[in-house]
Write a protein that binds this ligand. Structure first.
Ligand code: FE2
Length: 197
């Protein structure tokens, strides 16, 4: 299912499919190769339709752009209104993120489990991602972060590729104060257009 026309995005999906070809799992996947494809995709801001670049006055938006027919990967546009931010969250699959418009601040966390309580500790000051920058998450390299729009007066947009149908995966949000983590399913802002019929 592909919602975007145009050769840049089409080429990106082809490169993702090639990277995943013949692999049963993401264990031996080359995230750096996908990162290079992502870098090429976000180095031109002329392909994302306005429908998937629209901010919401209150909430950051996640629009599904493509999901693999076997749910091996999905591609999403994240649209940040001025000052909007995620909670601290994990992904449970690999993710490659490229900034298409504006800038984001990314703060990484480590989790420390004590019985059923998952404490998180910041890895340090947030890093800034500007247009063309690419970042990675995964359960092996570090999977927990908090992301915000670096601007409080304009929209920022990033493109995310994940190793699964990210809007349907049960994952977790955390608090910096160490309360038990909560399960969530992010869904998609364009869920209505995804319904059959
Ligand atoms: Fe994230």
């Amino acid at each position: 299912m592909n919602r975007i026309c145009g050769s840049r995005f089409h080429d990106f999906i082809g490169q993702l499919e090639a990277a995943l070809h013949g692999r049963d799992s993401a264990q031996d996947l080359s995230l750096s190769a996908i990162g290079e494809s992502m870098r090429r995709l976000v180095s031109h801001d002329d392909w994302l339709p306005d429908a998937y670049a629209r901010p919401h006055p209150e909430f950051y938006q996640q629009y599904l752009l493509h999901v693999d027919r076997d749910q091996r990967f999905s591609v999403v546009s994240f649209v940040w209104g001025p000052g909007q931010a995620t909670p601290i969250h994990d992904h449970l699959v690999w993710g490659v993120i490229g900034v298409l418009r504006g800038s984001e601040l990314v703060e990484a966390f480590d989790a420390h489990d004590t019985h059923d309580v998952h404490h998180v500790r910041s890895r340090g000051a947030p890093s800034r991602m500007n247009v063309g920058d690419v970042g990675f998450v995964s359960p092996t390299i570090g999977d927990i972060h908090r992301v915000s729009n670096a601007f409080d007066d304009r929209v920022s947009i990033s493109i995310h590729a994940y190793g699964g149908d990210i809007g349907t995966i049960r994952r977790h949000v955390y608090t910096a104060s160490g309360e038990p983590r909560k399960t969530f399913v992010s869904g998609y802002a364009n869920a209505d257009e995804l319904k059959p019929g």
